[in-house]
Ligand binder design. Sequence first.
Ligand code: SAM
Length: 288
Amino acid sequence: MANLGNPQETIAILNKYGFNFQKKFGQNFLIDTHVLEKIVRAAEIKKDDLVLEIGPGIGTLTQYLCEAAGKVIAVEIDRNLIPILTQDTLAAYDNVTVINEDVLKLDLRELAERENGGRPIKVVANLPYYITTPILMGLFEAHVPLSSITVMVQKEVADRMQAAPGGKDYGALSLAVQYYATPYIAANVPPNCFMPRPNVGSAVIRLTIHETPPVDVTDEALLFKLIRASFAQRRKTLVNGLTNSPELSFSKEEVTEVLTACGFSLMVRGETLSLVDFARLSNAFCRL
Ligand code: SAM
């Protein structure tokens, strides 16, 4: 079978089907076998795993996943890729299901429950970069049973996911990811590993999902409203950020009272607060 990680094989498939890349779908196909091997290694896939792949493209990574996993479900939005996958590049595998859908419209929790009897699944993908955050937040917030997510993302986004308080990369995405998972950057990947070449650097990041969140919060939704409000205007103090947020309805007096009770200066900014700090704040607001 053709190894699509070899650029000539990818070009041959694209020519055979007269396939045109669609920029709107974030189509940058992998053409480097070392990177493909690294993704699969980082994902630690076992023979009894169910893997959900988002955006299989022409099936390059999917072939590796089919070799390693018990079952693979691949969700692809571009209908022009479906015959390539089902009749050609994945035709030799009986452990893969291709779904022609927008992943953001699928009920992934129901899919995981149905296909894997509620046991945690692994997500592995070279993500379409234009929807990285909605895909990841969708998986987290829908409480899809997951053990890990191993994905190629824009390098800058990977840095934001694993950033610690205080730095320029630290923000709402860092806190959201770290509430649900432990991030680990497994590889940095240059543009020449893709066809066509993206104009940004990429990285493979593995998110190992926590069995229980690292902080206790009474109201998860409030925690995330506070986090979003704190970073909506980065340079503002927390008092201003929280008071001006359209998502929150606390008065300036209430915000001042909670910050003081939690031992924070009234000049504090969100970018210096850890997840533990945000959890304390959130629980204190709940007690108002
Ligand atoms: N996995 C392939 C590879 O590594 O060569 C392709 C990766 S490419 C970066 C992203 C893929 O996601 C494309 O095939 C694209 O059509 C697909 N895609 C984009 N938006 C999608 C969506 N909303 N739902 C499902 N697939 C999507």
